[in-house]
Write a protein that binds this ligand. Structure first.
Ligand code: UDP
Length: 254
């Protein structure tokens, strides 16, 4: 069979042309980067777990009416998605102080924020994804005010829903990053959730011990990175059927 055309390779995923027009195949790699790709590594089995975790979370979100790009999971490392026009903004939603917010504003990690805070970063690796305001976003035409209304209300709904979902399995959703895209249907356009939602782009702390169960274990060399991702999947009840054997070994791609 002819190898599919690769359209894009990012730090943690590859996008291939999909089987039908308007679809793409999203392939999850084990590669991990941090600090704008200054730190690189491999987290064995991460791609398999993130594929599952993101599938699960996007399906749950779709059930409450959040539109997403997700169509279906194809295999261990791939999912079929709708092709969208990615809005070049990383939307970060925060419930508890951590990471760059703690550093920038001197607020101790773990401090519960007085209310949920949304931040925007311009997606540009060369510039190191600088923080921007809604003013920059609308002035430079990355999104208009109607798009921003949709992005904000979707982000808050995603946050409320995921906060409850994770709390139900003993995990605090500290913060997360999401991306949105425009899905065109002839003249109609809808903003939909795109990219992925996984421990690569969420901060997830054990609700009792505050132990980190996300990519900070890799960023900060805390060890037991693979185990943390597995534990998140296990608590969500979605570890691959055959257990950890599924995560190792060669991957064949059609
Ligand atoms: N995040 C992400 N991609 C990025 C930057 C941040 O997915 O390029 C996520 C990160 O995992 C965390 C949240 O966004 O859940 C907030 O990250 P922060 O701004 O604190 O940056 P960091 O400390 O990761 O540099």
């Amino acid at each position: 069979m002819a190898r599919r055309r690769q359209l894009y390779e990012g730090k943690a995923k590859i996008l291939f042309e999909g089987p039908e027009p308007g679809t793409l195949v999203q392939y999850f790699k084990d590669d991990a980067t941090a600090n704008n790709a200054q730190k690189r590594g491999v987290i064995t089995g991460k791609g398999v777990l993130n594929n599952r975790i993101s599938e699960y979370l996007m399906l749950r979100l779709a059930e409450i009416g959040v539109p997403t790009h997700f169509v279906r999971r194809l295999n261990m490392r791939e999912q079929l998605i709708r092709e969208v026009e990615i809005i070049p903004i990383e939307v970060v939603v925060r419930n508890v102080a951590a990471g760059s917010l703690s550093k920038r504003l001197g607020i101790e990690e773990g401090t519960r924020l007085p209310r949920t805070i949304i931040e925007y970063y311009y997606k540009n690796d060369q510039l190191g994804d600088p923080m921007v305001s809604e003013e920059h976003i609308t002035a430079f035409g990355w999104a208009n005010t109607q798009d921003m209304d949709d992005i904000i209300s979707l982000s808050l709904r995603i946050n409320d829903f995921l906060t409850g979902l994770f709390l139900g399995v003993g995990i605090t959703l500290v913060d997360f990053k999401v991306e949105f895209g425009r899905l065109w249907d002839n003249e109609d356009m809808r903003i939909v959730l795109a990219d992925e939602i996984s421990p690569d782009n969420c901060r997830l702390w054990d609700a009792k011990t505050n132990e980190k169960m996300d990519k900070d274990r890799f960023r900060r060399d805390l060890g037991r990175v693979e185990e943390a991702y597995q534990e998140v999947a296990k608590r969500l009840g979605i570890l691959p059927e055959a257990g950890m054997r599924d995560l190792k070994g060669p991957e064949t791609m059609q």
